[in-house]
Design a binder for this molecule. Structure first.
Ligand SMILES: N[C@@H](CCC(=O)N[C@@H](CS)C(=O)NCC(=O)O)C(=O)O
Length: 333
């Protein structure tokens, strides 16, 4: 675990400051792929949607990278955007490449370390070396290392190429989806990390309470609504999914978010199974990478590196969500 400072790699754990609070660094590359290469909401123009031009770097353990793999699958982008999967283990060199346990190696240059890709973009790069990372093979530059924006690009930029009309961020639901994301990101997606990486009791308990307060709100909501934003399955669901699918296996034990398991919430656990069983999704979930990555990589939290054998999880078990009205994914015209 470390970061680049003026292009040099430094092995360094997170600095949680005096209060012991983990603060996630903001992503630094914020360009957008668009249908015609015009500029997106941030960054520069020049990234037009073209088959075969972009490459996605992911970890199968990482919930932020997982979002991008799900949207890539559901939007029919697998033949257009190829992927490299980093090693499950992240230690003193940060994300590295190998070809074990389903990792791919660096498919482009056979680099040993992901930080080499960051310094190829900028030899003086300063910052954390994170996944997901979307790379432009043509310009040899990073498009984006912000998953929230990569999934938005995947949702629409390539529609003219693929003909895929599924819309996970439909116009009429945007306010609702944005409001959900604004609560769920700090309290749940990042909340479990804030609990797990806290270095004071107070910071841990603060994050812990936020996680479970929000899960209670979401449990109630999903008792009345098939999906988070209503009858349509949207981006907001997939963003929550990647955290909850890891929860009982990792966040409950490793990050000490153990008031309850997701299995103890009837609506959240049934909703989780429906999403897991959505065509194309189960293949993006690798519980081996997920469990081994967290327990073996975070040596400050789990110095022995022992990976628990349980819990037994069965996301293929039947769910009861048909009891609520649902329309599946919205299709734009
Ligand atoms: N804002 C980024 C966050 C990505 C992120 O923090 N990824 C983690 C893996 S789950 C990472 O690569 N961490 C390495 C580090 O912080 O050094 C996004 O959502 O894309």
């Amino acid at each position: 675990m470390g970061l680049l400072i003026e292009g040099q790699w430094h092995d360094q754990w997170y600095d949680t400051g005096a209060g012991g609070r983990f603060k996630r660094e903001n992503a630094q590359r914020r360009n957008w792929i668009t249908a015609d290469g015009s500029a997106g909401p941030s960054g520069e123009s020049g990234f037009a949607a073209e088959a075969g031009r972009y490459h996605l770097y992911v970890s199968l353990a990482c919930p932020w990278a997982h979002r991008t793999l799900i949207l890539r699958s559901l939007k029919g982008l697998e033949p257009l955007i190829d992927v490299s999967v980093v090693s499950w283990l992240m230690r003193e060199n940060g994300w590295t490449f190998d070809r074990e346990h389903g990792s791919s190696g660096d498919a482009l240059d056979d680099f040993a370390f992901l930080h080499q890709r960051y310094t190829q973009d900028d030899p003086d790069y300063t910052g954390r070396v994170t996944v997901p990372l979307l790379w432009d093979k043509q310009q040899q530059r990073i498009v984006s290392n912000e998953s929230a924006e990569i999934i938005r690009m995947f949702n629409s930029a390539f529609d003219g190429v693929t003909g895929n009309r599924l819309d996970f961020y439909p116009e009429h639901l945007r306010n609702e989806i944005d409001a959900l994301n604004e609560r769920i990101y700090p309290a749940v997606n990042n909340g479990v990390y804030r609990a797990g990486f806290a270095t004071t009791q107070e910071a841990y308990e603060e994050a812990f309470d936020e996680v479970f307060d929000e899960l209670t709100v979401l449990e109630t909501r999903l008792g009345q609504s098939r999906y988070l934003a209503g009858e349509y399955l949207t981006e907001a669901d997939w963003r929550l999914f990647t955290t909850l699918v890891r929860f009982d296996a990792v966040y409950h034990g490793h990050f000490k978010c153990n008031l309850r398991r997701i299995a103890d919430y009837p609506n959240l656990s049934n909703w989780l199974r429906e999403l897991y069983q959505w065509p194309g999704v189960a293949a993006t979930v690798d519980m081996w990478h997920i469990q081994h990555h967290y327990y073996a990589s975070h040596q400050t939290i789990n110095p022995t590196g022992i990976v628990p054998k349980g819990p037994a999880l069965d996301f293929d078990a039947p769910h009861d969500r048909e009891r609520l009205p649902g329309k599946g994914v919205y299709r734009h015209t």
